[in-house]
Design a protein around this ligand. Sequence first.
Ligand code: SAM
Length: 292
Amino acid sequence: MNPPPLSPGAFAPPNAAELAVIARLLHEGAGIVIGDGKASMVQSRLAKRLRALGLSDYRSYLALLETPAGADERGRMLSALTTNVTHFFRENHHFELLRTKVLPPLLARARAGGKVRIWSAGCSSGQEPYSIAMVLCDLADDIARLDIRILATDIDPEMTARGRDARYDAASCETIPAALAKRFLTHDGDGARLCDPARSLVTFRELNLHSTWPMQGRFDIIFCRNVAIYFDKVAQETLWHRFEATLNPGGWLFLGHSERLPADAATCLVTAGITSYHLPFPGQGTETLQWR
Ligand SMILES: C[S@@+](CC[C@H](N)C(=O)[O-])C[C@H]1O[C@@H](n2cnc3c(N)ncnc32)[C@H](O)[C@@H]1O
């Protein structure tokens, strides 16, 4: 049977060979795996790129990507294909754990002159690091005096730019608890902007998690939620080990709701809540950390 005719201005989704090339480029660029049968997903995400470039088929688009002039477009293609869904206080149990268990000892350390470093890896447009920042500021009126910083990184420069801008539409702000919204949002047109001190705790940088990490020093808390789910198993395992090596003793790792450290991951991280993991201090028994 012939496929239905395309409406004017529409173009056919990628064929199997074109889809395989796009999948390879996505894997090489971001470590993300897409299976067969994703032609309509690719079509829905890339159609706007083809239209913007005035192209009418994937053959011409892939040809463009192969040229030196296509280097920028490769980045835009990755941006278009990555899933950026996020919201403030997503998986709120993590923020409850931060508030009640994780942050109080870190704040005590900061008040004693120590530093605290937090990393939101795969931060999308900033709602995750700013949720952490609001909880921190809510717990610590003296935050401006403390050496506490949140690094927020994403492979997608459009996302880090949005995070830096810190402006969100009204619907996006609805998941912020009212008391925090009142304190940390200023109205801006039909939306709102994060304001200090929460905003200035966060620094945004572009970073591919599969590349070399330029950060010096270790982190006390790493959030990497709903990011590794798109990676293959080998890339995930590599990432768990790199996170472990990047955490301070006593540090915490938070994953997304459908991500788990596998039992055979061979890390020293122990489960300490829902998709929450803790790196024991040297000599600390793991049994004290198994709490809910
Ligand atoms: C679904 S969002 C998750 C955002 C946030 N962590 C959350 O849970 O709400 C996944 C983010 O991971 C980013 N990402 C995908 N592959 C990446 C990679 N290789 N390195 C860094 N970030 C990546 C995407 O650009 C996207 O913004």
